[in-house]
Ligand binder design. Structure first.
Ligand code: ATR
Length: 284
């Protein structure tokens, strides 16, 4: 690749990384906003994230997206300069340097929120169910609460993990005590407006076992995983009566847009990029 000196350098770092769609998303945003940049993929050995990330910034890199398995390492790297979202998520997906110091944020939750709004599902006054209590769920709780949902319940196959997650958040933000709860996959009373699958079950074409889950025609079933076909969770939710199902492609584009805004000070428009990615997925 040839690089002119006027080009700003950005990258996504992970292992594996060859599948990452971040370069094409950020390059499309940059074209839209008239910004001249290069955006690379960096494959780092699993035990060498810090070395690779620090070298990228020492060599003039301006911003790094961080993906599996390094989001926790990135959190430690930026520990003195973390956004509130990153602190609560205990994970960082966006790094940049300011005054010679590495800063970190987590844009996953805002990416989810922007996609829910795009789909016409404002969490405000809604009953929201988060299924799963791993890193994916953790990164998204605060933005959903801040959107003034009526209730947010975190359910997990291993309920203790959901309880720990909720306790962590309440220690940080006790004002959400009356709206936030945790339980097992059976704690499903009533009809839910938005159900978010943050488990990794879809990666093995499974849906979490949610016996008694009730949707209405106005409910959304949202899977953070995406693919060329509807996920098992989306299919299950449709059979249970959810009026709308969506996968996590919009969240991917949404979190990239928030990272782009952090780095460049402008929030790009996401619809065209999302349509383009969806078409690529269909033919791949
Ligand atoms: P991530 O960082 O992607 O969230 P993780 O931390 O490994 O990954 O968490 C995976 C989540 O998916 C967990 O909530 C896990 O439930 P447990 O904590 O009980 O393991 C959940 N999960 C994975 N496979 C599942 C399945 N088949 N049914 C229900 N939950 C599942």
């Amino acid at each position: 690749m040839t690089m002119s000196t006027s080009q700003k350098r950005y990258a996504v770092i992970g292992n594996p990384i060859s599948h990452s769609r971040s370069p094409s998303i950020h390059q499309a945003f940059a074209r839209q906003c008239g910004i001249n940049l290069v955006y690379e993929r960096i494959l780092a050995p699993v035990d060498a994230f810090t070395t690779y990330a620090e070298r990228f910034f020492e060599q003039g890199g301006l911003g790094l997206n961080v993906t599996v398995p390094f989001k926790e390492d990135a959190y430690h790297l930026a520990r003195s300069n973390l956004s509130a979202r990153a602190q609560l998520a205990a994970a960082v997906n966006t790094l940049w340097v300011d005054d010679g110091v590495i800063h970190g944020c987590n844009s996953d939750g805002m990416g989810l929120l922007s996609d829910l709004l795009r789909l016409g599902f404002n969490p405000e006054k809604s009953r929201v169910l988060m299924v799963g209590a791993g890193g994916a769920a953790r990164g998204c709780l605060l933005p959903v609460l801040e959107a003034q949902c009526k209730e947010l319940r975190v359910l997990n196959r291993t309920p203790e993990r959901a309880r720990l997650l909720v306790a962590d958040l309440l220690a940080f933000r006790p004002e959400y005590r009356s709206r936030l709860s945790a339980g097992s996959l059976n704690d499903l009373d009533g009809v839910w407006d938005i159900v978010i699958n943050a488990t990794s079950a879809s990666l093995s074409s499974q849906a979490p076992s949610l016996e008694g889950l009730q949707f209405s025609e106005r409910s959304l079933a949202y899977d953070m995983v995406y693919g060329s076909e509807p996920t098992a969770f989306m299919t299950q939710s449709r059979a249970l009566g959810a009026g709308c199902q969506a996968d996590g492609l919009g969240m991917l584009v949404g979190q990239a847009a928030i990272s782009f805004q952090i780095w460049h000070g402008v929030l790009p428009e996401t619809d065209a990029v999302l349509d383009e990615l969806r078409n690529v997925l269909k033919v791949s």
